[in-house]
Structure formats: C-alpha cells, structure tokens
Design a protein around this ligand. Structure first.
Ligand SMILES: Cc1ncc(COP(=O)(O)O)c(C=O)c1O
Ligand SMILES: N[C@@H](CCOP(=O)(O)O)C(=O)O
Length: 398
C-alpha cells in the first residue's frame, strides 16, 4: 500500500515528531546497517509496510549540502546551497526513489525490472537490479541521450532497447504491455519512486537542523521529483518536523516546458509537447506523467515555475562546474532558473534557496566536450603534443 499525503497527515498522531526526529538523528550513526541509507533512515515515512528483508540499499542518500559562494553571486540572492544528488552511488537523484521501487518489487517476488529512460533512471535501475540479483530491461530513445548514461546502464548489466521515439513513447509502451510481459515498471509512475525521492527533502531538513530555506529549486522533466519533494515537505509539516513550508520553484527547459506553459496560462490540463527538445537531455520529456501531483505540490507550497533556454542552462553549468562541484546540464537549470526568478523579482534578493543538483557532471561528457575542449590561452589544440616549457606554462598563469 502507498499512502496519499492526506492519509499520512491523518496518521500524524501515530508518531510523535520529537520521537521521529530522535530516531532519525540516532540512525545517522548506524554505519554498515540499512539504517545508514539516506532513504531507509526515514522508513516510517516512506514505506512502513515493507518487510526489512526486502529492503535494498547501495548506501544511497547521505549526499552533501554545499553553500556555494559563486552560485549565490550568480543568482543574486542572500544564499544558495546545492544538494548534491550527483553524489549518489549511480550519480543521480534517481537512486533515492529506485531503492524504494526495487525493494517493493522484491517484496512482491518480482525479478525483471523495466523502465523507459533518458539514461539516469536506467543506470540507477540497472545498478539496483544487479545488486539484488535481478535483471533490468531498458527502453531508451535512439537520439538525444548522453552516451555515458547508457554505457553505465549496460555496464551494470541492463539490457538496452534503443527505439525511434522519446521517453514518453517508452512509457506508453510499458503502460500497454508491461503486465503481459511480466515486467515490474520502475519509472516514476510507480508510486514507490515518489515515496523514496521524498527523502531528499527529509535529508535537507535534517541537515539544516529541521529549519528550511525559503526556496527549494528543482528541475522538471517527468515531474517526479517536484511531486516527491512537495509531498515530503507536506509530510514534514504534518508530523511537526518542520514548522513552515519552503516554496518550490520548478524550472523547465524552454524546449520541453509543457507544465510551465500550463501554469503560466492558468490551464487546468496539460497539453503535451509532441517534439520536446533541449540540450539538457534528461529533461527531454513532452508528456510528464506526474503533472497532476506536481500541480498539487506547487499549490501546497505556493510555488512557481519558470522556463530557461539551453544557453542559460549551459552558462549556469559553467558556474557550478568551476566552483568545484560540477553537474550535468539538467541540474544546472536550477541555478539558471533561480537567477532569472531573482532578476524578475519573483524571488526576493533577501531570500535563501537550496537547488537540487540532480546529476553528476560525468553523466554528460558530450556537454563537457562542448564547453571545455575549446583551445585556451591561444593554444591551437589543447591536446597537441607541444613540449612542456616554462614559457608555455607561464601563459596559463596570467
Ligand atoms: C539529471 C536529471 N535532472 C532532472 C530530471 C528531471 O526530473 P523529473 O523527471 O523527476 O522531473 C531528470 C530526469 O528525470 C534527470 O535525469
Ligand atoms: N530523466 C529521466 C526521465 C524521467 O524518468 P522517470 O524516472 O521519472 O520515469 C531518466 O533518467 O530517464
């Protein structure tokens, strides 16, 4: 069973917030056990019904929360911190939700897990499937995906089926055929993905001594993450673990922004984008399945949406990369969006924000090549085999 927020809130009396806080703090020290997982530490709020023996963990979560001076200056607000989900074992935020979905599948006796993916969901799924001795079947678009993510998926033993179409087409296929094929679907249409991903805001709250920033900024594609973070925040408040809700800012890429357009127009229904395209390939999604949940999250937190161009995304990525943290393009949409929202005075200069850095910089090596392989310091070719001389080195110090 998966609880809806209202049911969770209704059960708030079953657990005392103080007692939960004490347990969660105590479990931080339990290294080497399942409680050390940044997901299962919060089991009571994620999947209380799952038997302990079906819980899978690769030590997901426990990711860093970093204040970034350069990002703060770039956004032009009081303070910006980055929650580095890139530090997860497969290198993206997907691990938080995938640990929960695969554990639920195992509890039902499932062994063949499947997903449609632009590459991060599949890498995460393949990793957990391998870890628990199951197998992963992955549908991935033939174009506009980052090669490293699919190689990572294959390296974990995932079986890849590349197809002509987008993530959205893969989801439609799974909806039609998963049952007859005996596949356990681990996309974020699976509610356990959302339950697991809530732990990202649980960790932020715990990290900050149960005080929240003014804003949580998240990139949006399929809209699973914004839905999960909104649900998690509502639950933290219902259990008395935090005393006020931060607002959510959802950032989409202009070429794949059907949800932002819907919110901007005040529509009640999402009109899918048939040919989504953005350089931030993880966000190439035109028909996000979780849009009703995302709308709820936005309303509950008095949130807002914004769309940014690929140029703005890549510019913000440089700031994050050169700060020493690094991320893939989709994650940099957060900082690009924050800067735009501050410039438009929709976010106050005196406010603070935590951006969810969803994926590791090595996930998209094509983006790294685009941004950084250009010759620097007047050298014709950075990789040319020139002799190493003092004069040459000095040009790099100017
Ligand atoms: C790195 C990265 N960032 C952001 C997103 C978007 O998250 P969501 O699809 O949950 O909206 C994805 C893909 O889902 C992703 O892989
Ligand atoms: N970027 C995602 C696409 C969304 O997938 P889902 O896990 O929310 O279904 C990916 O990495 O595939």
């Amino acid at each position: 069973m998966v609880w809806e927020s209202s049911e969770i809130a209704g059960r708030a009396n079953d657990w005392d917030g103080e007692e939960l806080r004490r347990r969660f703090d105590q479990r931080l020290a339990e290294r080497g056990t399942v409680w050390a997982s940044g997901v299962w530490r919060y089991k009571e709020l994620i999947a209380p019904e799952l038997p302990m023996e079906s819980l899978v963990t690769r030590g997901e979560g426990n990711t860093g929360l970093y204040s970034l001076e350069a990002a703060t200056r770039y956004a032009g607000i009081r303070g910006v911190a980055m929650k580095a989900q890139s530090e997860n074992p497969s290198g993206s935020f997907k691990d938080n939700g995938m640990a929960a979905a695969v554990s639920h599948g195992l509890s039902l006796g499932k062994r063949i897990f499947a997903c449609s993916s632009t590459g991060n969901t599949s890498a995460s799924l393949a990793m957990y499937a391998a870890w628990c001795g199951g197998s992963a079947l992955v549908f991935a678009p033939a174009r506009n995906v980052a090669a490293a993510k699919l190689l990572q998926t294959a390296a974990f033993g995932g079986k890849l089926i590349r197809f002509d179409g987008t993530y959205d087409d893969g989801i439609v296929f799974l909806e039609r055929h998963a049952e007859e094929l005996g596949l356990y679907v681990c996309n974020s249409v699976n509610p356990y993905r959302i339950e697991g991903q809530k732990s990202i805001v649980f960790e932020i709250a715990q990290n900050l001594g149960w005080q929240m920033p003014d804003w949580i900024v998240v990139p949006g594609g399929a809209l699973s993450n914004v839905s999960a973070l909104g649900k998690g925040l509502e639950e933290l408040l219902a259990f008395g673990l935090i005393d006020r809700l931060p607002r959510i800012a959802l950032v989409q890429a202009e070429g794949a922004s059907p949800f932002h357009r819907m919110v901007e127009r005040g529509d009640e229904r999402l009109v899918p984008e048939p040919k989504p395209y953005t350089r931030a390939s993880a966000l190439n999604i035109g028909n996000p399945p979780s849009w009703p949940k995302a709308l709820r999250a936005l309303r509950a937190t008095k949130g807002l949406t914004v769309a940014v161009s690929d140029g703005e995304i890549m510019d913000a990525k440089r700031i994050i990369d050169l700060s020493g943290l690094g991320c893939e393009p989709a994650s940099a949409a957060t900082l690009a969006g924050l800067r735009k929202l501050a410039a438009e005075q929709r976010i106050d200069k005196d406010e603070t924000a935590v951006c969810i850095l969803t994926g590791h910089m090595l996930k998209d090596t094509e983006a790294l090549a685009e941004l950084y392989s250009a010759p620097s310091h007047g050298e014709k070719q950075a990789v040319q085999a020139e002799p190493l001389t003092l004069n040459r080195v000095r040009t790099y110090l100017t």
